[in-house]
Design a binder for this molecule. Structure first.
Ligand SMILES: Cc1cc2nc3c(=O)[nH]c(=O)nc-3n(C[C@H](O)[C@H](O)[C@H](O)COP(=O)(O)OP(=O)(O)OC[C@H]3O[C@@H](n4cnc5c(N)ncnc54)[C@H](O)[C@@H]3O)c2cc1C
Length: 661
């Protein structure tokens, strides 16, 4: 019936042909114009970093070739606004329909909603599909229709949903909608500028972007590595995990395909009573579940890219020390495991999850630097930089999630070094200046006898830094900061309940106290063309009704207060624990039980998103000023010559060949 329909298929982070629901839908309908619009202004502070843009460039080239072989041409446009580019395409080919796959990050949510409204007002049909998740974030709620705030409860619910993911067949031929004359070349997008090319060349040795590489990497992983994933994934220095994160971020691999293949393996291993294999598949599915959960959190609590989910952190006295921030970025903190991780990150654009946890925890707990700064730096340097997963990771380690690490938990990089890199091979690989240190001292060179340092050629304070901060001092500072935070929080509450005029200002956000929001998933303003597949947006309902926080128990609270707190919850699983080795990812251990209380506030579309291009990136002291400078700082001689890392022409997969710890 709609054979003559002309449709625009708008590619974003779904750079694949297989199981791409938007592409599959229009391929059946009539003629198609595939479009990719590059509009950096709209990304605001989340403009992709160097390595991420390198990946995008190569993935687009690959997609363009694939579409060409199907009979269509990917139109690539550099635009001031996405809406204007889409309107140009619509009028150029006389399209009547625009289709795309959903995104859930706070910036895309607002942009997509506004674009959809505008197009519908202009009489253009708009259809959107689930191309990136097993479960839409508005499909999974607890018994009280509240959004989950702990991963285990969320994933348990997901795994009990009686729904088989349905994949879409790839089109075998596309009929191109003729007439688009605004195409530009991928090169002209300037995703990679001249000065970046030499650094980027290294990336190409270890990674090959594009959906067919994604398929190959996944098949190889399932056939050869999945079986031992439950054990291997804990090793930092070897090819121990799937390395699928950049592919999944750019939508080069269908998550439904991943789920189905791993599930199939799991069943086979179960039938064979292969408990190792079955457990590995369960762990891997949970890793995939964390990716789902990251979208879930961002959709249901869309302020989390700039504020912690647990509101008590708003009173934390962050130390905005630029010198410490710089030393961390450059891998010059004097803690070898942290420094090795930061240098690997810079050189390869990827680090193991455990290393992410170690360097990010050090950032927050040792240096007391605002977690949003670290999050933004990761965003700029990771190949798999993904707003939602980055947010989840940083919130997890900074005491911002009910089931994450406690803020007071402080892991020693020295102890972790001996645990995860017992021979020091990982450190030696990334810190050549410590290459001759014996394993016994490599994770704490400051304790080594002078004779050992001398024969290893290490001169602390000269060719390798002394620790930026002493462990005991750091612990004291953290304890003091937490006490300050609790004091301010209590004073803030007292001021509210006493009705006194005293105002305790939040050091990061003076104007608003934030409680965990309750998810309400009603369309803000339904578009006429909406269908059950359509993208939903966070509701504006009850945006002003604030109530108590969902939070961990305060160490100062007495048992009764805590009990009252818990009794006031109407959710059954207030105490939740993320399994240690289990939580696939964000934790290597979560030591104590955490309680939380309930909240009833609904969220609104985040303040800063609708005008992302102009708004300040963070409510905390802004690190964006340092954005450009850190590239220079870390990228130039300091990294490559002083530390001797220039000969480490290794990236991604190639570097990972360590022994099991
Ligand atoms: C502070 C911090 C920041 C992080 N930032 C990012 C980021 O920007 N982008 C990103 O993709 N991941 C991020 N992660 C999560 C995790 O470290 C990576 O997804 C993982 O290391 C990627 O390697 P892999 O593909 O080999 O993982 P595997 O262990 O093979 O897992 C398979 C897939 O599951 C998903 N996954 C696994 N663990 C997590 C997790 N903790 N959170 C969300 N998804 C997960 C990823 O898509 C991953 O590709 C971050 C973690 C922390 C602690």
């Amino acid at each position: 019936m709609e054979k003559k329909c002309k449709s625009i298929v708008w590619f974003r982070r779904d750079l694949r042909i297989e199981d791409n629901p938007a592409l599959a839908a229009v391929a059946r309908d009539g003629t198609v114009l595939p479009v990719f619009i590059w509009c950096p202004k709209e990304e605001g502070p989340y403009h992709p970093g160097r390595v991420s843009r390198w990946w995008l460039k190569h993935s687009l080239i690959h997609l363009q070739q694939s579409l060409r072989s199907l009979g269509a041409e990917l139109v690539v446009i550099k635009a001031e606004t996405t809406l204007s580019a889409l309107l140009d395409c619509i009028s150029a080919v006389g399209a009547t329909k625009v289709v795309y796959n959903h995104l859930y990050d706070p910036i895309s949510l607002v942009r997509d909603h506004n674009i959809k409204q505008k197009l519908v007002e202009l009489g253009i049909e708009v259809q959107s599909f689930n191309g990136e998740l097993l479960f839409e974030p508005w499909e999974v709620y607890d018994d009280n229709e509240q959004a989950f705030t702990t991963f285990n409860a969320y994933w348990e619910k997901c795994m009990n949903v009686q729904k088989d993911p349905v994949s879409h067949l790839p089109p075998w031929r596309l009929a191109l909608a003729e007439g688009a004359g605004m195409n530009t070349s991928i090169e002209a997008l300037n995703l990679e500028n001249e000065s970046e090319k030499s650094s980027n060349a290294l990336l190409g040795r270890g990674w090959s972007p594009g959906w067919s590489s994604a398929d190959k990497t996944f098949t190889e992983f399932v056939e050869h590595h999945l079986l031992n994933y439950s054990k291997d994934r804990l090793n930092v220095g070897r090819n121990s995990t799937s390395l699928l994160s950049p592919y999944l971020h750019f939508g080069e691999l269908s998550i439904r395909k991943v789920f189905q293949s791993v599930r199939m393996k799991q069943l086979v291993w179960k039938n064979e009573q292969n408990t190792v294999g079955e457990e590995s598949a369960t762990f891997f599915l949970r890793a995939i579940g964390l990716r789902e959960y990251s979208r879930y959190i961002c959709f249901n609590f869309p302020f989390t890219h700039e504020r912690s989910l647990l509101s008590s952190l708003q009173y934390f006295p962050w130390d905005s020390n630029q010198a410490h921030f710089k030393a961390w970025r450059q891998g010059r903190t004097g803690y070898p495991l942290v420094d090795a991780g930061m240098r690997e990150l810079w050189a390869t654009g990827w680090i193991h999850n455990r290393i992410r946890i170690i360097v990010s925890s050090f950032f927050v707990k040792f240096l007391l630097l605002p977690w949003q700064w670290g999050m933004k730096y990761f965003w700029d340097t990771l190949l798999d930089a993904d707003i939602e997963s980055d947010i989840l990771g940083w919130q997890y380690i900074s005491g911002s999630l009910p089931d994450g690490h406690e803020l007071e938990r402080m892991d020693s990089p020295q102890v972790q070094g001996f645990k995860f890199d017992p021979e020091g091979e990982y450190v030696r690989q990334w810190l050549p200046e410590l290459a001759r240190m014996p394993a016994e001292w490599i994770h704490h060179p400051w304790d080594a006898p002078l004779s050992v340092l001398k024969s290893a050629g290490v001169d602390l304070g000269s060719n390798y830094p002394k620790p930026l901060i002493d462990m005991d001092l750091a612990r004291d500072r953290l304890t003091e900061a937490i006490a300050t935070m609790h004091g301010k929080e209590a004073a803030g509450k007292a001021a509210v309940t006493d009705g006194t005029d005293e105002v305790v200002f939040d050091n990061s956000e003076p104007h608003e106290k934030v409680a965990v929001s309750k998810a309400v998933t009603r369309e803000r303003k339904p578009c006429p063309a909406s269908s059950s597949h359509d993208q939903r947006v966070p509701s504006m309902r009850n945006a002003n009704s604030m109530i108590q926080n969902r939070k961990r128990p305060n160490p100062g609270e007495d048992g009764r207060a805590l009990k009252d707190n818990l009794n006031s919850c109407n959710i059954g699983k207030q105490v939740s624990k993320m399994a240690d080795e289990d939580l696939c990812s964000t934790a290597e251990s979560s030591s104590s039980k955490k309680a939380m209380t309930n909240s009833r506030i609904s969220f609104s579309v985040p303040r800063n998103c609708s005008s992302m291009s102009t708004s300040a990136p963070y409510p905390v002291p802004d690190s964006s000023d340092h954005n450009d400078s850190w590239h220079e700082e870390v990228g130039t001689g300091e990294m490559s010559s002083k530390n001797g890392t220039s000969n480490l022409q290794i990236s991604g997969k190639q570097i990972i060949h360590e022994e099991e710890s």
